[in-house]
Design a protein around this ligand. Structure first.
Ligand SMILES: NC(=O)c1ccc[n+]([C@@H]2O[C@H](COP(=O)([O-])OP(=O)(O)OC[C@H]3O[C@@H](n4cnc5c(N)ncnc54)[C@H](OP(=O)(O)O)[C@@H]3O)[C@@H](O)[C@H]2O)c1
Length: 308
């Protein structure tokens, strides 16, 4: 089958597009004909070997954890899906080998849900990883409630666009950091934009009267520390980027596959409350270009990959 793959860790120069063997279908597994996937920073972090101490990589590695497609075949114990079903999912396993940047992917049932009919494959394929991260951070970890003020760092990125929209559906007021060039974009999502770095504290003070109730950090590092005086005394804090947050009493979020949470995201998308904000759409053989854009650290919204 046709796939993007690499045979050693490295930069985008290790990416190849060509033929690899089809994955086998395990007992609790569904073979999906992939129609779309998306780029998440973790895809190129794994490619560069940054997660090598935590996850086994079996070369050749086909990257990708996001997926939207059609069920082609099911394993012997699968009752949830049948051939022809349209599905989407966050197909993460505890090792990397057969990812979703491919014509076919063998995916555990527990990672899949039914694709909302009103969404295209591309739209559905950009939701799972970033959408689940946003949902699990805001709902399960921060437990955001109506009328609270939520600060989100990195509001214009892949996770940020979903986090802003989900926090609004929870009834929160949302303030989000981004580059000045993304202020209008973040406003259009319904959040109040503030800059990160220089001017952050002044801008935040202008926008909020009584501090924030919850801080969802999507960047870590300096962004996290610059908010510290303001936030840590009173706010509930969660970070997807900095495990050190636990030492400060916050939650570290590492997104988990969840059919139930995906169904919640489907419902929001069907109601028009969760828009996918695809900034760029690529073909499979344009994956190096898509990874480079993600590696710039300033991609806006989501990057979709369509699989012919
Ligand atoms: N732990 C987990 O389960 C999990 C899950 C998903 C993602 N993540 C991680 O979360 C991060 C964000 O993911 P993503 O998909 O949203 O990435 P992305 O789409 O590449 O977005 C990156 C964002 O970072 C912002 N940014 C750049 N420099 C910044 C700074 N100094 N301070 C604050 N924000 C800054 C950019 O904003 P501007 O363009 O406006 O400058 C951009 O919106 C990545 O590191 C990713 O690996 C972790």
């Amino acid at each position: 089958m046709r796939a993007v793959f690499y045979e050693s860790f490295g930069g985008t120069e290790v990416l190849q597009v060509g033929e690899v063997s089809e994955p086998k279908i395990g007992p609790d597994t569904v073979l999906v004909r992939c129609r779309a996937t998306s780029v998440n920073p973790v895809d190129w972090k794994i490619m560069k070997g940054f997660l090598d101490s935590r996850m086994d990589a079996v070369f050749p590695v086909v990257p990708g954890w996001d997926l939207a497609g059609v069920v082609e075949a099911v394993g012997p114990s699968v009752e949830e899906f049948e051939t022809g079903d349209e599905v989407f999912g966050y197909a993460r396993m505890d090792y990397v080998h057969h990812g979703t940047f491919a014509t076919y992917s063998a995916v555990p049932v527990r990672t899949l849900s039914r694709k909302p009919k009103s969404l295209s494959f591309e739209e559905a394929g950009v939701i799972p990883l970033a959408g689940l991260t946003a949902y699990q951070g805001l709902v399960h970890h921060l437990k955001v409630r109506t009328d609270e003020t939520v600060l989100i760092s990195g509001g214009a990125g892949g996770v940020g666009v979903f986090a802003i929209q989900i926090a609004l559906t929870l009834g929160a007021k949302v303030v989000a950091t981004c580059s000045p060039s993304n202020f209008d974009f973040v406003r259009s999502l319904g959040a109040v934009p503030v800059p990160y770095g220089a001017g952050f504290e002044e801008a935040l003070n202008e926008e909020i009267d009584e501090g924030v109730h919850a801080f969802f950090d999507l960047y870590g590092g300096d962004g996290l520390l610059s908010g510290r005086d303001h936030l840590f005394d009173k706010a509930r804090v969660a970070s997807v980027a900095d495990p050190g947050i636990r030492e400060l009493g916050g939650h570290y979020v590492f997104v988990r596959p969840s059919k139930e949470d995906l169904d919640e995201l489907s419902t929001l998308a069907i109601q028009g409350l969760l828009q996918t904000k695809i900034e760029h759409s690529f073909e499979l053989d344009q994956t190096p270009e898509a990874f480079e854009l993600s590696m710039s650290g300033h991609a806006r919204g989501k990057l979709a990959i369509s699989i012919a």
